[in-house]
Each structure stands twice: as structure tokens, then as C-alpha cells.
Design a protein around this ligand. Structure first.
Ligand code: GLY
Length: 286
């Protein structure tokens, strides 16, 4: 089973039995965490992915699938975080999914929009792709973090056109994407998320990341520069004509990041992406 408090938990509230804890420990977590209401759900096994969409007046414009990495340490070990990084491919799908899987997820997003006739804004659908296709993990009325950085970095349609069309009640523009793969990696304070150590100087700036993009997150701006807080510090997004090329771009941008930070260097690597593909093949009995 999966348990989650009803309320905002910074993306870190879910506990999954059999993976992170026993059923008894889940009961203790519920008793001790101090929330009045809880969601208890089926434990879903598979590969997670996100589909974000722009929505206005019943119209939906979906964006390519992205895979986030919630666990703090390489190999998907350690505690849940707000998200350590994410990748997207040159097409709308990810390497472990079929076109049909993506279309099934989009159909769910469209059904949710049908059920919310007045909704205007970004819709974030998170899915678990299992042997029976995608199942909903959660929906949010916001962008995903870090997924927004993957998606908006390859959106060629001016974002402002989407926003003004939604505001003015006009048809949303069709979305064009650059067709590049993206790999986003967060640099977080050492010890994050359990005992984060704030105060490390952030040396990275837009001029030091080469072709990659730099997004600051939680930083402490002092007279003598930027320093870490106890939350995720900054992310770099590499772009390329394959996930591997985008990953290399992101890693190059991170080459100046050293002491005081933790990065999941495995995100977007050929080895980790292949392990996702193998996992899906195993679940599908292929
Ligand atoms: N990537 C997880 C979230 O934005 O909720």
C-alpha cells in the first residue's frame, strides 16, 4: 500500500510499504506525522512518468512525457526528495514506453479536463506504467518540478501566446517542440533531504554552464554571492539529439560543482535508462 497525508508535504509525504517501510511502520508514520486525514492507496509497481498539459475552456495541449527521480541517491536509493532530476526524449514518449502508453495517459488527462469544465491552467498528471498500462499516481494543478524545466526548455511556441490565449478565451495554439532530448539534474546541499547542510557557496552561473541551461532554486543571496539553503539549490538542463547527448551536456555544466553539494550523476545515463527499459520488459513478460 501507499500512504500519504492529505495536505502539502513538499513532494516528500508518500510512504510505500514493501519498499521504504513495513505495514507496521506505515501505521506508526500515520500516527506520528501529525496529520488528521490520510490517503491510502494500492501500491503501484512499474515506471513513473509525468505528462503536463495546458488547459483552458475544455481545450488541452499536452507536452512530452518526462521521468522524474524522487529518491535522493544513485540507483534510486535513499529517502524521497522534491525530485533530483528528470529527462525527456526526442519524441513525446520515453524509452521504456510505447506510443499507446503515452496516448493512454493523454486520454486520462483529457478525461480529467472533461470533468473540470471551468479549469484554466497547467495540469500535471503523474502515472505509473505497469504491465496493464498507465495508472494515475496523482494530479496537480501546477507544473512539475523538475519536469517543467525539461518541457519549457524545448517548447518553441511562445509560452506567452499560450497564456494570453487562455486569458482571452481564444483557442490555445498548437504546441511546437524543438525535438531535443533533455536531462535535468539538481545540485542539492550535502545531506539533503535528511540533514541538509546550508551555507556552501554557489560558484555556477550562466556563463559557466556551456550550452546547458541554469535554473536557480532555493538560494541565499548575500552581498558576497549566492549560498545554499537547506533545500534544492539549482538545476542544470542539458539538451541534445539523444538522452545520452543531453546527459553529457548536463554533466559538463556540473563539472565545477564540488564540495557542499550532492548530485545524482546517474540521471539520464544510458545505464539507468536501460534499466527502466529492462524493468518494463520484465513486467510485460517480454
Ligand atoms: N516532480 C514531482 C512534482 O512536481 O510533484
Amino acid at each position: 500500500m501507499a500512504v500519504k497525508p492529505v495536505g502539502l508535504t513538499g513532494g516528500k509525504g508518500v510512504r510505500v510499504t514493501g519498499d521504504q517501510l513495513t505495514a507496521e511502520a506505515a501505521v506508526d508514520y500515520v500516527r506520528e506525522a501529525g496529520y488528521d486525514e490520510w490517503v491510502v492507496e494500492e501500491r503501484l509497481v512499474g515506471e513513473e512518468f509525468t505528462v503536463q498539459a495546458f488547459v483552458a475552456d475544455g481545450e488541452v495541449r499536452t507536452t512530452p512525457a518526462v521521468q522524474d527521480h524522487k529518491r535522493a541517491y544513485e540507483g534510486d536509493e535513499g529517502p524521497n526528495t522534491g525530485g533530483m532530476g528528470s529527462y525527456s526524449d526526442t519524441e513525446s514518449t520515453l524509452p521504456f514506453m510505447t506510443d499507446e502508453d503515452y496516448d493512454d495517459a493523454v486520454a486520462v488527462v483529457e478525461a480529467v479536463v472533461d470533468a473540470l469544465p471551468g479549469y484554466k491552467g497547467v495540469l500535471y498528471g503523474q502515472f505509473m506504467l505497469g504491465a496493464d498500462g498507465p495508472k494515475v499516481v496523482e494530479f496537480n494543478a501546477r507544473f512539475g518540478d523538475p519536469e517543467a524545466m525539461n518541457t519549457l526548455s524545448v517548447l518553441e511556441t511562445p509560452f506567452i501566446d499560450v497564456l494570453t490565449a487562455a486569458r482571452d478565451g481564444e483557442p490555445l495554439p498548437q504546441l511546437d517542440f524543438s525535438g531535443e532530448a533533455t536531462v535535468c539534474k539538481y545540485a542539492v546541499p550535502a545531506g539533503y533531504p535528511v540533514e541538509p547542510d546550508a551555507g556552501a557557496r554557489i560558484e555556477v552561473d550562466a556563463s559557466s554552464v556551456g550550452d546547458a541551461l541554469l535554473f536557480h532554486a532555493s538560494v541565499d543571496q548575500r552581498e558576497d554571492g549566492l549560498f545554499t539553503t537547506t533545500s534544492r539549490s539549482f538545476a542544470v538542463v542539458g539538451l541534445g539529439d539523444s538522452v545520452a547527448a543531453a546527459e553529457a551536456d548536463a554533466e559538463e555544466a556540473l563539472s565545477v560543482v564540488d564540495e557542499g553539494f550532492h548530485v545524482r550523476h546517474d540521471i539520464g545515463t544510458a545505464e539507468l535508462v536501460q534499466s527502466r527499459v529492462d524493468h518494463m520488459r520484465e513486467l510485460r513478460g517480454e
